[in-house]
Design a protein around this ligand. Structure first.
Ligand code: GDP
Ligand code: MG
Length: 214
């Protein structure tokens, strides 16, 4: 919001962290658990602005493309899964090769994410990507911090889900980096489905002086 002063240049304004956007998806288990309002509340109450939202039953193609937009996602996800087992003193049940691990994860993920409606959202605000990841919590609910969405509302684990041949049910997806967020937003939303608008309470979050209260 530009109340208070027009002093900052347009370039400065466009680069301001308050314009950062991120993608969140409430996964099918989040919808079934009746947690739509709770999830939205967590992102809204910190001061982020909802700029796009829709419900759909995704296709397998949409989900596969979503998870492979980042060419390094397969390696990173496999390594993360193997490390989660190593940290518990266990050997990964699928493989020591991250790509083999991710191939199994991706297949299960597609089955999971196409099982029912999801809610896809775009949230905007200062450091949106990092703030949303912090509020969402780590991937494996067993070790997600208390106070996060995944830590507070779900009790799944890699060992249980891998043993049961399914993806970890962790309620929400949240973009992992600014680049991932930009690619994912374009993947899920058309330009005119994301809204540029002012929220009056942004003044208290971002304006550099608090004129006009008294
Ligand atoms: P995120 O960014 O925290 O969601 O995690 P990733 O991008 O690494 O993984 C995407 C999704 O795949 C996760 O949210 C889980 O639903 C699922 N997943 C990731 N790793 C594993 C795994 O090792 N085992 C199983 N069963 N599911 C996994
Ligand atoms: Mg991810």
């Amino acid at each position: 919001m530009r109340c208070g002063s027009e002093k900052p240049t347009m370039i400065f304004m466009k680069n301001h962290p308050k314009f950062e956007r991120t993608l969140v998806i409430i996964k099918p288990d989040g919808i079934q658990r009746g947690l739509i309002a709770e999830v939205i509340k967590r992102y809204e109450q910190i001061g982020l602005k909802l700029v796009g939202i829709k419900m759909m039953v995704p296709t397998a193609e949409l989900i596969e493309k979503h998870y492979t937009l980042d060419s390094e996602w397969r390696v990173k996800t496999g390594l993360k899964s193997i490390k989660a087992y190593t940290d518990k003193g266990l050997k990964h049940p699928v493989s020591n090769d991250p790509l083999e691990v991710t191939a199994v994860v991706l297949k299960k993920l597609i089955e999971y994410m196409t099982k029912g409606p999801i809610v896809a959202m775009v949230w905007q605000g200062a450091h949106a990507v990092q703030i949303v990841r912090k509020l969402t919590g780590g991937t494996e609910p067993l070790t997600s911090d208390v106070g996060t969405i995944r830590g507070d509302f779900v009790l799944d684990s890699y060992s249980m889900s891998d043993n049961d041949h399914r993806a970890v049910r962790n309620l929400v997806h949240a973009s992992g980096s600014v680049k991932e967020a930009n690619d994912e937003i374009t993947h899920w939303f058309k330009k005119d489905e994301v809204f540029d608008y002012k929220l009056l309470n942004e003044a208290i979050l971002y304006d550099f002086e608090l004129g006009g209260i008294l």
